[in-house]
Ligand binder design. Sequence first.
Ligand SMILES: Cc1cc2nc3c(=O)[nH]c(=O)nc-3n(C[C@H](O)[C@H](O)[C@H](O)COP(=O)(O)OP(=O)(O)OC[C@H]3O[C@@H](n4cnc5c(N)ncnc54)[C@H](O)[C@@H]3O)c2cc1C
Length: 408
Amino acid sequence: MKIAVVGGGASGLVAAIYAKTKENEVIILERNKTCGKKILMTGNGRCNYWNQHFTSNFFHTHEKETLEKIISKDNQEEIKNFFKKIGIIPKIKDGYYYPYSNQAVSILEALIYEAKRLRIKIENNFYVNSIIKKENYFFINDSLKFDKVIIATGGSAAPKTGSDGVGFQLAKSFQHTIYKPLPSLVQLISNEKFLKEWAGVRCESLVSIYENENLIQEQFGEIQLTDYGISGICIFNLSRYASIGLEENQKITIKINFVPFTKQPINIFLDEYNKSVTKRSIKKLLEGFLNKKLIPIILYRSSIKEDVYYEELKKEEQQRLWKFLTSFELPIIGTKSFFNAQVTIGGISIKEINPNTMESLKEKGLYFVGEILDVDGDCGGYNLGFAWISGMLAGKNIKEENARKNEK
Ligand SMILES: Cc1cc2nc3c(=O)[nH]c(=O)nc-3n(C[C@H](O)[C@H](O)[C@H](O)COP(=O)(O)OP(=O)(O)OC[C@H]3O[C@@H](n4cnc5c(N)ncnc54)[C@H](O)[C@@H]3O)c2cc1C
């Protein structure tokens, strides 16, 4: 049997390795001059390839039930063993798995080594622009003929790595439903005038995202304040709600609690804190727990002068200060584009895919794996985790189907 894997990224490499047998000729068709360009960028060059707390709670899709079948416990165990077998020793930090070498290249090279060991053919600089089925065969770019095709072209995020969304066009030609692709795990843009003043600040905060006046989700972690808006892992995890909300013309707001370290109500905390320190102006008082760049922004917005004392503040001034410290509102007018995004929301409906095999329910012999599907995960190794598992399922199914045929 002749099998084409379109795209030599995370899901494509694993799919190819699992599909290869003596009887199965497997060819990876990769548009770049090397495979796995994106893998090298993951986890800031360290590749956060898995997570200890891998459950569907960290994923988003229109079809949660189908997703749960794909990422079953057995499949999770199998892919973890696969990485052990290809020589990856994990370093686990807060549940995040990295290769012990701390280098993404270790993961990529282990996959490429395995592919070459199994004599999988890799055609680099090969751009697939059409897949047509005639009778029982697939024809790629009107010339190459295959029995089965696995589409592993990724989504639209980080197009400079090769995944520019072309896979969606290929899927459309087989009448698949595609939920509109939108950027996620991405920075958020605001148009507030003071942004240049807070650029460069990093601080731990509790951040919440609101659609109109409704709280959608909150996250705790380090935020990075920038001259265009706001970034950081917790913002990345909230960004999908901004992408979707803005697409639907909803009003999106981020609210920041700059004092997440106290469980006390802010009025009590500030009263007690003010009494516990030697006499000092409000500016000096805030310097005890706030980044210096934030103080003039918060005091200006609260209409409070820097040299007054906390106990001198009028009730309305105190209330404004409490609000800006615990619920600083940042209107969001956009997200950064796919160029900056780590992952794609939307894609091919997994309702149209067999969750045990990743085979299309619309076209026999055609498989979809990885980010091209309508599944996106939070930061933490979930997106690669989904790419590996879905690739494994497609490859394994092809291998087992072939073995069954040979037995007959
Ligand atoms: C900066 C960054 C950091 C990330 N960090 C992490 C992380 O630490 N942990 C994590 O879990 N996830 C991370 N992700 C997300 C993760 O990398 C992706 O979800 C995952 O790589 C998707 O795998 P894939 O196989 O579906 O697609 P990709 O890895 O994008 O591979 C698709 C491949 O298909 C090729 N291709 C596309 N179209 C064609 C065509 N027409 N013809 C031939 N070849 C084609 C591309 O060149 C590419 O090689 C990160 C993403 C980015 C951008």
